[in-house]
Design a protein around this ligand. Sequence first.
Ligand SMILES: Cc1cc2nc3c(=O)[nH]c(=O)nc-3n(C[C@H](O)[C@H](O)[C@H](O)COP(=O)(O)OP(=O)(O)OC[C@H]3O[C@@H](n4cnc5c(N)ncnc54)[C@H](O)[C@@H]3O)c2cc1C
Length: 414
Amino acid sequence: MFDYMPWWDKETKQFADEVENFCDTELQPRAIKFLEQNKDPMEIQWEASKICIDKGFHPLMVLAEEKYGGRNKGYAGYTILNEEVGRSMININPLLTSVFGAGPVHLFGTEAQKEEFMTPLVRGEKWASITVTEPDVGNDAAGIQLHAEKDGDEWVLNGWKRFITLGPLSHYHMLYANTDPDMRRIHRHLTAFFVPTTLNGITFEKINQLIGDVEMANSVIRYKDVRVPEEYMILDPGDGWTVMTSALNIERLGIAGVVGSAKNLLETSRAYGRRRVQFGNPISRYNGVQLRMANISMKINLTRVYLYYLAHLLDTGEADMFTFALKSSTAKIFGTQSLTEMALDALFICGGDGYLQETGIGGILKNAALMQIAGGSNDILKLFIGRNEFMQDVDERMLTPSVRGPTKEDADKL
Ligand SMILES: Cc1cc2nc3c(=O)[nH]c(=O)nc-3n(C[C@H](O)[C@H](O)[C@H](O)COP(=O)(O)OP(=O)(O)OC[C@H]3O[C@@H](n4cnc5c(N)ncnc54)[C@H](O)[C@@H]3O)c2cc1C
């Protein structure tokens, strides 16, 4: 039975039941079959994604408005779907990538852009990639070098991108280009383009061999004199940083799959801990094992409530984008770091059996590591949070004189 949030309306609760039933009947049996064959179900992403599309559970369909073929279930619906898919031990990264790629059109597109792009993306007939990372640009996303120059009614792109998920498989690249290096100081140097991959001058130079996500055609791409019509620009020249950081918020909320994966770890650990007997007792009776279980349980509950709270802020329009970036970063860091820790706790509870492919823990662990890197490394997002805390005013009420130090008036007298 799905654990509803107390503030959900009837429609959201019904949707949660519908998603739960879909995952139980369509996704989980496939995952179990894969595990029984000693294969990692995290690697049946395309098959799982196509089932989601056919049954009306593409995350972009869940988010988008009805007039574009969507179901308009808001960020709560999007989070519910991601949680349940995670519980099925499957990941639908092709679909999530397309959501992140299409996110800026959904958030900021003109009516004409939405009419042209959204419906086929929502139906899963077309796909979009998010195209930020470059050979010399990783976490320092503001350092983008791929250059775009205006020529009449077109922009001409020159440069490289790398690590692009679905690169050669997608129909559009949500691409960020440097259009005015002099404006970097005020973050007005980037511009966002929704680039059709059929344009001349785009070449796929390499497919990366990854340790997970092997079907995702993660690639290195060259753009040489690619002419992009102006109508494919999202917002205005110089708005690229705003577009990128807002779209990253959707990506970070998409980590709700960690909650589902963690529920799986909890159930596996519970069943194993009860049945495995050592030193004459089920290992669940030993304090050390209980402490590991407590770690998993606490982290699931905290991550889950915080993610649904964030979805609620977005759905009710109570979030402003800057403070939301801090919150979504908090969720992303805590959720993905916790998933790695929880996967290790579950693996150690299961001992040598935890290292067998058939428990599914290995696939979750690999996915958790990737989630700590993608969408901005956790370390860098922490710096953003830490720096912001030092920029806030001190609340003097909680300080003793020795902590506060001299006031400005006192200091002037010294
Ligand atoms: C499987 C996979 C899929 C991906 N898909 C996409 C995609 O679809 N689109 C896309 O655009 N990108 C994608 N990426 C790229 C991903 O977003 C980047 O890997 C990520 O942003 C980190 O950049 P980087 O790897 O260049 O690391 P770097 O920025 O080079 O960082 C390397 C290390 O240095 C640390 N570090 C760097 N600067 C600092 C600092 N100032 N202080 C402290 N520590 C620091 C980092 O925390 C990290 O530990 C993907 C990556 C992978 C692995």
